[in-house]
Design a protein around this ligand. Structure first.
Ligand code: NDP
Length: 292
């Protein structure tokens, strides 16, 4: 990205819209703008008060969208409860929607042909996961991928992107019967649930590839000791911060069964940020009429 950006054209600009003071959201936005700086993207944060009304927020978004120097807009989720998330996401033009959440982009993603390359920006987390699998030369075609979670930001787009890679895809959710048995059918298991260490060895076939999307905080020291027995670094981190970040997979017990597994933290999280920058660069090059 650095080389492409330095090679010419206008500097890409990404505006992150942060409504309210949710500390986790502020941390995510800060890590996104920091990463922008690293590659030469102009990453700007527009901070808005938690009680902003819909009309004022929409006016801000319209102004950003009409600015020819803004290539990408992201609205950090979740929004305060009084703001209608879908209406807001739909108000951003598909061209500047670098999160890939606009219904037009979602529709195009599902309409893309298997084996083809994406015609629009697709959501950063699942797109980053596809990149990770490609980068590690993991064969996808014909393999069975099981996704646990059906959210619009992870589970569903993950299904669309794995289908495009010619995987056989199963999507599970809270009503799935006998989840461990369904998960054991997976060559590739993606956990995007939001429940700490829910996926245990009983969910995983020998030699499976496990991608852990979950980011969960646990505040109980005994639980950290149970999940990471003998891991002094984990406990030291917990003692410093008062919490530990864990995925949806019980890493310590599951990893020995797998042929590859992503850790939490420092697994899918940084990939998501990197993919957002790729999406911004693509949007910018498209906007400037440059080859992507
Ligand atoms: P959501 O809460 O939107 O979706 C969770 C999904 O998990 C739902 O589809 C839900 O089913 C399903 N689920 C919940 N409990 C169970 C259960 N007991 N058995 C089977 N399925 C279950 O979460 P997100 O998709 O937004 O996020 C998932 C996790 O990924 C979170 O920890 C989040 O923090 C993390 N995340 C990480 C990112 C990264 O960059 N690494 C980016 C985005 C998210 P149902 O639909 O039936 O309710």
């Amino acid at each position: 990205m650095k080389a492409l950006i330095a090679a010419g054209g206008r500097q890409p600009r990404l505006v992150a819209v942060l409504v309210g003071e949710d500390p986790a959201s502020a941390t995510y936005v800060a890590s996104k703008t920091r990463a922008c700086k690293e590659v030469g993207i102009d990453g700007v944060t527009l901070r808005l008060p938690p009680d902003i009304d819909l009309d004022t927020l929409m006016t801000h978004l319209r102004d950003l969208d009409e600015d020819p120097e803004v290539d990408g807009i992201l609205v950090q989720l979740p929004l305060p409860a009084h703001l209608p998330e879908r209406q807001i996401l739909e108000s951003i033009r598909p061209e500047t929607d670098v999160d890939g959440f606009h219904p037009e982009n979602v529709g195009r993603m599902w309409l893309d042909k298997p084996g083809g390359s994406p015609s629009v920006c697709t959501p950063a987390t699942p797109t980053g996961i596809i990149e990770l699998l490609h980068h590690n030369k993991i064969e996808l075609s014909g393999r069975h991928a099981v996704i646990v979670g059906r959210s619009a930001i992870v589970g569903k787009p993950m299904a669309a992107l794995l289908l495009r890679e010619n995987c056989t895809v199963t999507v599970c959710h809270s009503r799935t019967r006998d989840l461990p048995a369904v998960c054991r059918l997976a060559d590739i298991l993606v956990a995007a649930i939001g429940r700490p260490a829910m996926i245990g060895p009983e969910h995983v076939a020998d030699g499976a590839i496990v991608i852990d999307v979950g980011i969960n905080r646990i505040n109980d020291r005994a639980e950290v000791e149970r999940l990471f027995p003998g891991n002094r670094k984990r406990l030291a981190g917990f003692d410093r911060r008062g919490y530990s970040v864990v995925g949806d997979v019980d890493y310590h017990r599951v990893a020995p069964k797998t042929s590859a597994i992503t850790p939490v933290p420092r697994g899918v999280g940084p990939l998501t940020v990197a993919q957002l920058l790729v999406n911004t660069l693509k949007a910018s090059r498209r906007q400037q009429g440059l080859k992507s």
